[in-house]
Design a protein. Structure first.
Lengths: 382, 216
């Protein structure tokens, strides 16, 4: 857990003092990612760097897991906090292995233990240790370097990590991939993370909570969904963008919205039986599945009405299917691409997992705008 | 052809003088590394001190070598060393400060600020930062300063023959005073060759000292 209490930073300049952080109060629960978000010069980076004292606070307190960090020595404090910067900052004179082992060695780990840790961590981010341990940073691509930058910060297994726009310098395609990898890692490691970003999409994707900064103050500190659904003021609403409702699509997966009570039928089923099934279910269509329960097509009641034969004769192919784990943005994108009102969902094994319709999607977005769920806890503004 | 004959006949003398020459430059530049590198690192802490130190070092280089030798005679004769090997070494030590101090200072201050921030953020002490990051990265530029100092001062050491320091300058001085072009040309050739060889040897050393990750 990280707790900031009245954290303030004033820079003395020849005209007037500049207040970079103004009585910032916030708490990041253990195992959560908190995104510090805001326009440049809003104080988010200053707030972050006060935690590992790269910038000494003017006043206020910082607690990590309940301990007042002002009691700790700078060097000891920093060795127990993972730190990732946008420029990555891998040491060019050291191999990848030496880079990862820097903090463990500073903490006097046994060299063999540190090396084993380096190999394990490379494995974790999908870089083959045999191939990469002995390489130098300049021999890696930007994306590979940033992966190493992240695992270097994780090397000594610090409970807390500070990340200063860690994926900011990576091209958009690789950024998505690395973000996904990082979230997967975080699901296991459960570090307490402060993460500076200026990108609302990144914040919504990565954050358990988002703190929106302006002029050294927190304007709103809340979950991504609450910030998108209920911006605290005009500044926040403006910052998150006019398309904030569309951004919320990323926060919901198809699984949460899809309806599983949809009639299914096999190709060999008699039309009369399928029609009976539809009548009982009060449905207009059924999804056709194969023997492995994979969705392969659909039939409608209208087309089968009064006919004989089997379902096979009336089945239409499905325009597309979506993984049930996909977020609603991907689902809607598929719907628009195939000009369809509904899509069949599949689980990890490709088996039928329900149907999602456009009304389901809009209903899901409307749900958190409703009056009963509306006034959530909005804290932080000071 | 006369010259080749002269060189062939005086081979042992030429080698002895070359040995003296090398000893003057090697000792002086060696000491200059031991003083110049720490000075170059120390002045990175304060911009104004750095400007002052580099200014003084630049002024020293503008003093003509023959005048510097002359200046040292009354000072060093108090310890009975007014002429000879010691004043030559001291002069070259002073001349070497500029390239070595300046290159060290420039190399350390030019280390990417992001690397420094990462190192501080990871909890390195200032000394660890210096020995594990800044000096290894600065090595090629520091070595380039050492090479400049060596090449420049092989020429200066030739003039030290006039204050009795020995070295290949002896051949040049005699060649002039005896109007003997054989000695003059032999001395000049030997000094040039020595400078070229020393530069090449130090380049090889520079390559070996440069961390593998910084090589192109």
């Amino acid at each position: 857990m990280i707790r900031l209490e009245d954290l303030t930073k004033r820079f003395k300049t020849p005209g007037a003092d500049i207040v970079a952080a103004d009585r910032v109060n916030m708490e990041v629960p253990t195992g959560e990612i908190c995104i510090l978000l805001g326009p440049s010069g809003c104080g988010k980076t200053t707030a972050l760097k006060m935690i590992n004292r790269l910038i000494p606070p003017t006043s206020g307190k910082i607690y990590i897991d309940g301990q007042d960090t002002s009691q700790l020595d700078d060097i000891q404090l920093r060795r127990n906090i993972g730190y990732v910067i946008q420029q990555i900052g891998l040491f060019p004179n050291m191999t990848i292995e030496e880079n990862i082992c820097v903090v463990p060695r500073l903490l006097n780990w046994d060299i063999r233990k540190a090396r084993q840790r380096a190999a394990d961590l490379l494995d974790l981010v999908g870089l083959d240790p045999r191939q990469f341990l002995r390489r130098y940073p300049k021999e890696l691509s930007g994306g590979q370097q940033q992966r190493v930058g992240v695992i270097r910060a994780l090397a000594a297994d610090p409970p807390v990590m500070l990340m200063d726009e860690p994926f900011g310098a990576i091209d958009p395609i690789n950024r998505e991939i690395i973000q996904d990898e990082f979230l997967k890692m975080q699901a296991e490691l459960k570090k307490t993370i402060m993460f500076v970003s200026h990108d609302i999409d990144e914040a919504v994707k990565m954050g358990d909570k988002i703190a929106i900064f302006r002029a050294g103050r927190i304007e709103q500190y809340d979950t991504p969904d609450m910030i998108l659904a209920h911006p605290a003021n005009a500044f926040v609403a403006d910052f998150v963008g006019a398309d904030r409702t569309l951004k919320r699509l990323r926060l919901v997966t198809a699984e949460e919205v899809a309806s599983t009570e949809v009639p299914v039928t096999a190709r060999s089923t008699k039309v009369s039986d399928a029609l009976h099934q539809l009548t009982v279910a009060k449905a207009r269509r059924a999804v056709v599945i194969d023997s492995d329960r994979r969705p392969v097509g659909f039939v409608t009641a209208e087309e089968m009405a009064g006919a004989s034969g089997t379902v096979r004769d009336f089945a239409h192919p499905l325009p597309a299917t979506v993984p049930v784990r996909a977020d609603l943005r991907a689902v809607v994108s598929e719907m628009f691409a195939h000009d369809t009102m509904w899509l069949a969902c599949t689980d990890d094994h490709g088996r039928f997992a329900g149907v999602i319709t456009q009304p389901d999607v809009t209903a899901a977005l409307r749900a958190t705008y409703g009056p009963d769920k509306g006034a959530g806890p909005e804290q932080g503004a000071s | 052809m006369e010259i080749f004959g002269f060189i062939a006949n005086n081979w042992p003398v030429i080698l002895r003088l070359a040995g003296e020459h090398i000893s003057i430059v090697a000792v002086a530049v060696g000491l200059a590394i031991l003083t110049g590198v720490p000075i170059g690192i120390a002045i990175t802490q304060n911009r104004r001190v750095a400007d002052g130190v580099l200014y003084v070092a630049s002024i020293i280089v503008t003093i003509p070598s023959i005048a510097l030798f002359g200046l040292m005679i009354p000072i060093l004769s108090k310890i009975g060393q007014g002429i000879g090997w010691l004043p030559a070494v001291i002069a070259i030590l002073l001349y070497s400060q500029l390239p070595i101090v300046r290159n060290t200072y420039t190399a350390i201050t030019n280390v990417d600020p992001a690397l420094r921030e990462a190192a501080i953020g990871m909890g390195m002490t200032p000394f660890q930062r210096l020995t594990r990051l800044e000096i290894p990265i600065a090595i090629p530029v520091i070595m380039a300063g050492v090479r400049t100092a060596v090449v420049m001062n092989i020429g200066v050491a030739a003039i030290a023959a006039y204050i009795g320091a020995g070295g290949l300058g002896v051949l040049i001085a005699r060649g002039i005073s005896q109007t003997d072009p054989r000695q003059l040309i032999t001395g000049a050739l030997a000094v040039s060759l020595l400078a070229i060889l020393a530069d090449w040897a130090l380049l090889q050393l520079q390559k070996r000292l440069t961390p593998a990750g910084l090589k192109r």
